[in-house]
Write a new protein. Structure first.
Length: 271
């Protein structure tokens, strides 16, 4: 029996990145033009490369450090899950029939989507606030989220005070330090979503043609200063505090620290 694809690719990636929340191991799909060939996807956290694929172009299956690496690997008839998304059809998700899985997680799907994107919005605000980006991307992201969640209290407050960086910062910190903690949402996967967004942007800045070591290191310290207290002492966030000191003394050591921070999430770590 054919099931229409119940997710966009972006939604499916977020589900796999939140394997601590959703059942995803033993997900089985086929391609609509070859319904007799089954492919397997999953995640087993006890392994260094937890994300895996079976019955693919790799004879014994493939293992990957991140969900993105798995879904972008060209191992399904020479193309990736992302590239073949229009053809993907699910037999099972997390070892369950598709209808059962959707019924089990129906209320959680929009929650994870909203929370993850608010984390990215916070990351973009920090990049703007600390001089890495202009305000355009942050305000555009805020407008997009509000169009999808027009009654979200935090988003409405952020829009109202969008011209005040001080108020915006306090709203985000309150959300993380109190509202998210009390609601049990500020866990390792939440901080990982923030960290992935920040360090991906920082790596692009470092590799850009306009890179200036002094400005960059000051910006890193600024980012660390405005982080939630719960993650300031954790890797890779704590690196942001140390970069300027090392740069003043030894730029080689500073670069090694940054390389470790940039690669932190590629190793399957969470904050």
């Amino acid at each position: 029996m054919e099931h229409q694809n119940p997710f966009s690719y972006a939604e499916f990636l977020r589900i796999f990145e939140h394997d601590d929340w959703f059942l995803i191991d033993e997900t089985v799909f086929y391609l609509d033009y070859a319904p007799d060939e089954e492919y397997y996807l999953g995640c087993l956290r006890e392994y260094e490369e937890p994300y895996w694929a079976g019955y693919c172009d790799i004879s014994e299956g493939g293992c990957f450090r991140t969900a993105s690496a798995l879904l972008n690997a060209k191992i399904f008839h020479g193309r990736s899950v992302k590239e073949r998304w229009e053809n993907v059809r699910f037999f099972q998700i997390g070892g369950l029939p598709v209808e059962t899985w959707l019924e089990l997680y129906e209320k959680d799907l929009p929650k994870v989507e909203r929370e993850s994107r608010i984390e990215e919005l916070y990351g973009e605000f920090l990049l703007w606030n600390c001089g890495f980006h202009s305000s355009e991307t942050y305000l555009s992201m805020l407008d997009t989220l509000l169009s999808e969640y027009p009654e979200n209290a935090l988003l409405l407050k952020l829009q109202k005070f969008s011209e005040s960086r001080k108020v915006t910062c306090r709203l985000f910190l309150h959300h993380w330090n109190y509202e998210s903690v009390s609601a049990g949402r500020a866990d390792s996967s939440s901080y990982a979503a923030l960290g992935k967004y920040l360090f991906s942007a920082l790596q692009k800045q470092y590799e850009g043609s306009q890179f200036n070591p002094e400005t960059y290191s000051i910006g890193c310290f600024c980012l660390w200063h405005y982080l939630p207290e719960a993650v300031k002492a954790k890797e890779p966030f704590s690196t942001l505090c140390r970069v300027k000191t090392y740069w003043d003394r030894n730029d080689t050591q500073a670069w090694k620290l940054l390389q470790q921070a940039f690669a932190f999430y590629d190793s399957g770590n969470t904050a």
